[in-house]
Design a protein around this ligand. Sequence first.
Ligand code: CMP
Length: 139
Amino acid sequence: AGNRTFTMIKPDAVKAGNIGNILQMITDGGFEIKAMKYTQLTEEQAKEFYAVHSERPFYGELVEFMTSGPIVAAILEKDNAVADFRSLIGATNPAEADEGTIRKKYASSVGENAVHGSDSDENAKIEGDFHFSADEVVA
Ligand code: CMP
């Protein structure tokens, strides 16, 4: 029950061997996994997913990083999912992230920041639909 958010465990965290640790923190945080896949984004997919940032100076770097290795994409459900997940992951810049957050523990920089979390219910739906078809989401 509740509402949904979308996350990716990013290439830095996958390479560092932290998929299991991060999924444990997510489930310990009360989130239910409704869909999940291990995949590597193509350049086209990363550009489209991050199109909102296409005018930012870091867009090229962001696309390059997000395609640099496999990721874990997931749809998560919990009451107040979007805001609670952003609390669990911490600030975009790990230097500003609170103790005990996923980014404080596992992120190394503002670019290589271990996890993505949707910033609104609307974007959670768009991002979840981008990565998953209806038959890949459990009831
Ligand atoms: P995410 O929440 O996945 O969505 C946008 C991403 O852009 C963000 O995480 C960061 O990883 C990245 N980002 C934001 N600011 C910067 C920056 N100044 N330099 C590099 N990457 C950035």
